[in-house]
Ligand binder design. Structure first.
Ligand SMILES: O=C(O)CCC(=O)C(=O)O
Ligand SMILES: [Fe+2]
Length: 389
C-alpha cells in the first residue's frame, strides 16, 4: 500500500500564519529588528471593513483564497498598495512558514512552471478560464446551483458507501482537454523538455496545473467540488478544501498499464474519465483507512469495482483505498483532481482520534462496545444469581 503523493505542488498547511502571542508576525527583511518596522507586521485581528482583492486570476504558490483572507490582516499602510505588491508582501510571509527545504522546492517549482508557461503555446485558449455552461452537463450545473444535499443526490448514485458517481463533463470539453494534453506532450517531445509526472506511480500523464490550467481548476474545485464535498465529506475537511493537485493519467499501449493499490495525498479525490475508447481499467475500492489501519485487510462489504464511463465522475475520500486494473485495449485518459484542506491537515496534527471515517477504527469501536455490553450483562446475571441464591 503506498501513499500516492509524488511531485505534488500544493502548499502545506498555513493555518497558523497569525501569531497567537498578540504581537502579530514580523514581515519584511528578517535581518531588521522587529521594533524598527512595526507597520510591517500583520495585524492579529482582521480588518472586517476592508474588502480584499481577488487573486484567483493569478498563478500563485498558495491558494488565492489564502491571499484574500490574509489581506484583511495586512498593516493598514499596505492595504491600498498595488495588488502585485500585496502579493509580494504576503507571499514572503507565507514562505517563511515553510521549512528551508520546502521553500527551495517551492521556488524551484515556480521557476519550472514559469519556464513552461512562457514557452508553451496553448492550443485551446477557451479551456483556460472556467466556462460552466460549456464544460459541464446541464443536470450537474442545476444541482450545483441549487446547492442542497437533495439536489446533489438527485444526480448521483452511491454504489458503495462514500463513493459517489455522477455525469459531469460535456463530451466536447473532454475532447478539447485531451487534444490540449496531446498538444502539450507534442511540445514536450519536440523541445525535449523534462516534465515532472503527476506522481510517483504513473510514468505517463501530465500535471495540468503546470502548464497554465491551475487557475481554472482552482475555480472548478472551489465552486463545484467543494460544495459537494462539504455535504458528503465534511468529516475529512470537505468544506475547507483550499488547494489542489490536478493531472491526467493515461493508460494503453505505450502508456501506463494499471495502477497499484494506494491511497491519495488528498482529502477528497475527483476522478473523471475523459475518454477515449478502451476496455478494462476498472477502479477497485477496498474501504477507507486511517494511517494506523492502512494495511489491514478488507471486508466483504468494502469491496467495490467501478467501470469508467467517459464524462462520468467518481468522488471519494483520498483515504479510500483503491487502484486501477489493466487497461487491456485502447487508450484511457482520466482527469484527477486531488482536493486538499490545510485546515483539516493542521487540525489532524493536534487531535489524535480523528478517524471516525476509518472502517477499521469503527469496527474496533463497535467491538469494544459489544464486549462492554456483554460484560455488563454477565455482571448483571451474576448479581441476580447472588441475590436469588
Ligand atoms: O486510473 C484511475 O482511474 C485512478 C487514478 C488514481 O487513482 C490516481 O491517480 O490517484
Ligand atoms: Fe488514486
Amino acid at each position: 500500500m503506498s501513499l500516492h503523493g509524488g511531485s505534488s505542488d500544493a502548499p502545506p498547511a498555513v493555518g497558523n500564519v497569525i501569531s497567537s502571542s498578540g504581537n502579530g508576525v514580523a514581515a519584511g527583511d528578517p535581518s531588521r529588528p522587529v521594533a524598527m518596522v512595526p507597520s510591517q507586521r500583520l495585524r492579529l485581528t482582521p480588518n472586517r471593513e476592508h474588502k480584499p482583492d481577488t487573486y484567483d486570476d493569478l498563478e500563485l504558490e498558495f491558494s488565492a483564497s489564502i491571499f484574500s483572507s490574509l489581506e484583511r490582516h495586512m498593516p493598514p499602510s499596505l492595504l491600498g498598495v498595488a495588488r502585485d505588491d500585496k502579493v509580494k508582501f504576503m507571499q514572503e510571509i507565507l514562505l517563511k512558514y515553510l521549512p528551508q527545504g520546502e521553500r527551495n522546492r517551492v521556488q524551484r517549482h515556480r521557476e519550472y512552471k514559469q519556464k513552461i508557461i512562457s514557452n508553451y503555446q496553448p492550443l485551446h485558449r477557451e479551456l483556460y478560464s472556467l466556462n460552466p455552461a460549456s464544460f459541464f452537463v446541464p443536470a450537474f450545473l442545476k444541482a450545483i446551483n441549487e446547492n442542497t444535499e437533495q439536489s446533489f443526490r438527485s444526480i448521483m448514485s452511491e454504489p458503495s458507501p462514500g463513493i459517489f458517481t455522477f455525469e459531469m463533463l460535456q463530451p466536447h470539453f473532454s475532447e478539447l482537454l485531451i487534444s490540449e494534453v496531446e498538444n502539450f506532450e507534442k511540445w514536450v517531445n519536440e523541445t525535449k523538455f523534462r516534465i515532472m509526472r503527476p506522481n510517483t506511480m504513473n510514468k505517463y500523464g501530465a500535471v495540468l496545473d503546470d502548464f497554465g490550467l491551475e487557475t481554472m481548476l482552482e475555480k472548478l474545485m472551489e465552486n463545484f467540488i467543494r460544495p459537494i464535498s462539504k455535504v458528503f465529506f465534511t468529516e475529512v475537511g470537505g468544506a475547507t478544501l483550499d488547494s489542489h493537485h490536478a493531472f491526467v493519467v493515461e493508460y494503453g499501449k505505450d502508456k501506463d498499464v494499471d495502477l497499484g493499490f494506494h491511497v491519495d495525498d488528498s482529502e477528497v479525490t475527483l476522478n473523471v474519465c475523459l475518454g477515449k475508447q478502451f476496455s478494462g481499467g476498472e477502479l477497485f475500492f477496498r474501504g477507507t483507512r486511517c494511517e494506523k489501519h492502512v494495511n489491514t485487510g478488507s471486508h466483504a462489504e468494502e469491496i467495490f469495482d467501478y467501470c469508467h464511463v467517459p464524462g462520468r465522475a467518481v468522488l471519494h475520500r483520498g483515504r479510500h483505498r483503491h487502484g486501477a486494473r489493466a487497461t487491456t485495449s485502447g487508450h484511457r485518459i482520466n482527469l484527477l483532481l486531488w482536493g486538499r484542506s490545510s485546515v483539516y491537515r493542521e487540525m489532524k496534527k493536534y487531535q489524535k482520534d480523528f478517524s471516525t471515517w476509518c472502517g477499521e477504527c469503527n469496527r474496533e469501536k463497535k467491538e469494544r462496545q459489544r464486549s462492554t455490553i456483554a460484560a455488563t450483562k454477565l455482571e448483571l446475571f451474576r448479581r441476580e444469581g447472588e441475590s436469588t441464591a
